[in-house]
Every structure is written in C-alpha cells, then in structure tokens.
Design a protein around this ligand. Structure first.
Ligand code: SAH
Length: 347
C-alpha cells in the first residue's frame, strides 16, 4: 500500500497496525502531509466546527520528587528556583480566570507531597463551590488509587497524565531507575476506572525516540482512547542531562496531531505551549493540523519563569488577561473561535 492509501484507510477505519503507522512516519512525502492535514481538519470541523476550547493552566508548584532526565524541574536541578502556591493563591488564580471567561482550570505541578490529599481536596471543593459550572483538571503526576479516588470525590473531573512513551525500553532511557513504566500505565487505567476524563500524551523527538516508538504511541492512543492527548516537541533544558539533545520538530508534531485526529476524530487535542515555543506560530499551525484546544497560562506572573520545564518557554511575562487575548487573536487569525464553555469531549 502507498502512504496515501494508508491515510485513506486510517480515515475510514481509524486503525492501522504498528507497522503501518511506522511506514506512514518513515515514508511520507510533503504531499502526503498536506493530504493528511486536510482530512484531519475536515474530521475535526465535522465535530467541533471552528471552535477551539481553552483551559486555564495554573502551575501550582515546581517542587518535584522525581528526576526525569528531560525535565527542568527535576529534583536534581539545583538551579531551579522552587515555589509552591498556597490554597488561597490557587483559588485567586481561578477567580481571575473565571472573570476572563475560563470554565476549565488545570492544576499542574511537580510530584510534591506538600500537596496532600487533604489540601488538594479542600482546594478542589472550594473552586467547585465558587464555580459549579467549571471543570477542574489535575495534572500532578502519579498518585495512589486512594488518592485519585479522594480527589475525584472532592470534585475533580479530569486528570492529565501523559504516558510519556508507550515503549518500556524508551521509558527507561528517559527516566532514572525507580520510576516505573508499569506504574504510570497503571495510573492511567485507575484514573479511567474511577470515572475521570483522562488525558494521556507524549513528547515528540525526545532523545533516543525513533519512528518505531512513535508507532507504539499511536497504537496506544488507538487502543486506550484517552479523552485528551497532549503532544508537544521535546525541548532541551540547559540544566538537565539532556541539555545537548536537539528539540523535536514542528513538522513531526503537526503530522502526529493530524494522525491522532484521524485515529480518534472527537479527541481533545491541545496545540501546546511547547509547540508555540519552537515556532512563533506553532500553536496556530497545530490548530491547522487538527488540534482543538489551547491552554493559556493563569499562574501568577511572579512564578511563571520558575515553572521552566524546558528552555525559552513562552508566555512567562504576560498577565493572564494578556495571554487570553493574545490567544484569542491568534486563533482568529487562522479562522477559529475560542469558546468558553467547559469544552467536554463530544462522544
Ligand atoms: N508532574 C506532572 C506534570 C508534568 S509537566 C506529571 O508527571 O504528569 C507536563 C508535561 O511536560 C510532562 O508530562 C512532559 O511530557 C512535558 N515535559 C517535561 N519536560 C519537557 C521538555 N524538556 N520538553 C518538552 N516537554 C516536556
């Protein structure tokens, strides 16, 4: 089969074998990429029209007990200036966000025992009490089933936990001993069984990654069907063991966004900040490849620079309102409209 025939097959059956995904990645031409993009945009338009969902990202803290080789807030990075937002500060961000029209808040941070179940449950309940029409999403790494359950019962609706890679072998090259591929995958299954809407995802162009591994990621997305899939280019951070590796590319990330859109047409697919970091119009180009979510930053400006997962991260200087209107303008410039409801997946 030619690449084009495989693309047609994917658009109809939403499934390929891992070998076929790999062939697609290895052999695609520029024309194939354009063709795939057209089908992906059409599939997304059928379901979501020209709507782009927004999520307000609140980076609650950068202390982390983990030591992922790629990540700027890893435990061993002594140059990282650590901070923690207190419960009042987190609700303050949500209040600001609400007045700017956000109806989904994503609380993201490093794995930090300071954020106990008790503390987080109180924050979640407070936000849900103030804003019952909003969704609360957590992105706080791996926790126990009991913890996931307590947070869900407190009102959390969604949980983002990128699987990072569907290859155990690659996982072990990106993480030190003591971190477990099986545990991460297991967390995703627990989250789903508890009733969360679940987000998975992976980095594109991370060190040692090949198309064979990306094919496994695609197969994983096809099988697991997460409600959301966060993908963005790997970008080196100067104070990590991966400082001298090259960043992933716009071209590869956009191609994968289109493939994922065809695998699961109604999936929520963010055009990430990392994509906006490697190219000045990265997020717009992500939307034009099939993405339908953007996640502007709502963190207090005083801490923004400190949540530095990778070098040169964008949007660290602006106030939340500026981020919101900047993205609104960017989306308009490519013919899309930011909508301010909860932005649930249309199944
Ligand atoms: N501690 C939470 C949140 C992690 S930060 C957790 O474990 O899920 C969110 C995502 O940023 C990570 O899942 C990772 O895929 C991405 N990330 C981290 N370092 C990065 C880098 N150097 N380049 C690009 N993305 C990175």
């Amino acid at each position: 089969m030619t690449v084009k025939e495989l693309i047609n097959k994917l658009a109809v059956s939403h499934s390929l074998t891992a070998q076929e995904y790999r062939f697609l990645l290895d052999e695609r031409s520029k024309d194939d990429e354009e063709y795939l993009k057209e089908l992906a945009v059409a599939a997304r338009k059928d379901i979501y029209g020209s709507a782009v969902f927004v999520r307000g990202l609140i980076e609650i803290g950068n202390y982390c007990k983990n030591d992922c080789y790629y990540c700027g807030i890893r435990r061993s990075n002594r140059s990282c200036d650590r901070y923690r937002l207190l419960p009042e500060q987190i609700t303050e961000c949500a209040k600001q966000g609400y007045s700017l029209g956000f109806r989904t808040f994503v609380l993201q941070g490093g794995e930090d025992p300071f954020y106990s179940d008790g503390l987080l449950c109180d924050v979640i309940k407070e936000i849900k009490k103030l804003f019952p029409d909003c969704a609360v999403t957590l992105s706080l790494g791996e926790r126990s089933r009991e913890s996931f359950l307590a947070l869900f019962e407190a009102g959390a609706d969604r949980y983002l936990l990128r699987h990072e890679t569907a290859s155990k072998e690659l996982y072990n090259k990106l993480h030190p001993e003591g971190m477990s591929f099986d545990n991460r995958m297991n967390c995703l299954k627990e989250l789903r069984s508890i009733g969360y809407q679940v987000g998975a995802g992976f980095m594109v162009g991370s060190p040692y990654q090949t198309n064979a591994e990306l094919a496994l990621d695609l197969k994983f997305i096809e099988d697991f069907k997460p409600d959301m899939c966060g993908i963005g280019p790997f970008i080196p951070h100067k104070d990590t063991p991966f400082a001298s590796f090259r960043a992933g590319t716009l071209k590869d990330t956009c191609f994968l966004l289109s493939v994922i859109r065809l695998i699961y047409p109604s999936i929520l697919l963010p055009a990430t900040t990392a994509l906006g970091t490697i190219h000045p119009r990265g997020r717009e180009l992500g939307i034009l490849s099939g993405a339908n979510v953007v996640m502007p930053n709502l963190s207090p400006v005083t801490v923004r620079k400190k949540y530095e997962l990778y070098d040169n991260k964008i949007c660290t200087g602006e106030e939340s309102a500026e981020c919101r209107s900047c993205l609104e303008m960017r989306m308009k410039s490519v013919g899309y409209e930011i909508v301010t409801d909860r932005g649930d997946i249309k199944k």
